[in-house]
Design a protein around this ligand. Structure first.
Ligand code: SF4
Ligand code: MG
Length: 281
């Protein structure tokens, strides 16, 4: 196969639309938008070769603020839409964005099975531990003793959903945690995630300054992981998942030598080949 044509250098602003975000001033999602556009610019991907699919919620507005193809989908259903798109158009780079309510509650089942199916998607979840768009209800990642919502005045009393641990258990090959307060570090994680040839899950701590104002202090709490002292990726992931949940960095990456699950696009290609063989007798 000939090498792909060299791409002209791109800037982050080439991927931003003229639509002004309506997020609250100080919302973490502004920086996530910047990190995504920075990562796309670093990879010099042609905007017409990128699709961004989202669900519903504050963070799911993100496709409108970009200059790539976008699909603002049904609540919790961004992953199946994106999986279908990637299957039909394997040539596209497909990113999926959403929040913790969209992705882990309504879309929780899709999250688990997307990790298991391993389509070549980058799933970016902006986690602020609350439903922001619908005025601050508890989400699956809300602390059990958070009492600020009138719906849960005594807290939820429920343990938090641990997205990265669940992604690992469900078979995701690439898992990372980033922070909107470090858009450069986040952009670097996104570059690696987009290049990963399977489902890459990037869990982003992104404060909701309106309904979880105490998250403004995350800047002081979040820190990058220290260098791992083990060569075993599963042991490293386990240590990260059992450690401080405010630690950012790569959690797990399946070594290339053991990626064995077929990608959805490969499966689609195999089915097409089988159908052609069948029709040709
Ligand atoms: Fe951001 Fe929260 Fe405002 Fe939504 S409600 S835009 S998540 S600060
Ligand atoms: Mg949220």
């Amino acid at each position: 196969m000939p090498d792909p044509a060299p791409q002209p250098p791109r800037k982050a602003k080439d991927y931003k639309s003229d639509v002004k975000p309506i997020w609250c001033p100080g919302c973490g999602h502004f920086a996530v938008l910047s990190a995504i556009t920075k990562a796309l610019a670093q990879l010099a991907l042609p905007p017409e070769q990128i699709a961004l699919v989202s669900g519903i919620g504050c963070s799911s507005r993100l496709p409108a603020y970009t200059h790539v193809y976008g699909f603002h989908g049904v609540h919790g259903r961004a992953l199946p839409v994106a999986t279908g798109l990637k299957t039909a158009r394997p040539d596209l780079t497909v990113l999926v964005t959403g929040g913790d309510g969209d992705g882990f509650s309504i879309g929780g089942n899709h999250f688990i099975h997307a990790c298991r199916r391993n389509p070549d998607l980058t799933y970016i979840v902006m986690d602020n531990q609350v439903y922001g768009m619908t005025k601050g209800q508890a989400s699956p990642t809300t602390a059990p003793d958070w009492t600020q919502s009138k719906l849960t005045p005594h807290g939820t009393g429920l343990p938090r959903f641990n997205p990265a641990a669940i992604a690992l258990a469900a078979g995701a090959g690439f898992i990372a945690r980033g922070f909107s307060g470090d858009p450069t570090g986040l952009a670097q994680l996104l570059v690696e995630a987009i290049q990963y040839p399977g489902l890459a899950f990037v869990h982003v701590l992104s404060p909701c300054v309106t309904f979880q104002p105490e998250q403004k202090a995350w800047k002081q709490r979040v820190h990058q992981q220290t260098e791992s002292t083990t060569d075993d990726p599963l042991v490293a992931a386990q240590r990260m998942l059992q450690g401080d949940p405010m630690t950012t960095g790569l959690i797990f990456r399946t070594p290339a030598s053991v990626i064995s699950r077929p990608d959805v696009a490969d499966q689609a290609a195999t089915l097409t080949q089988m159908r052609e063989q069948f029709l040709s007798g």
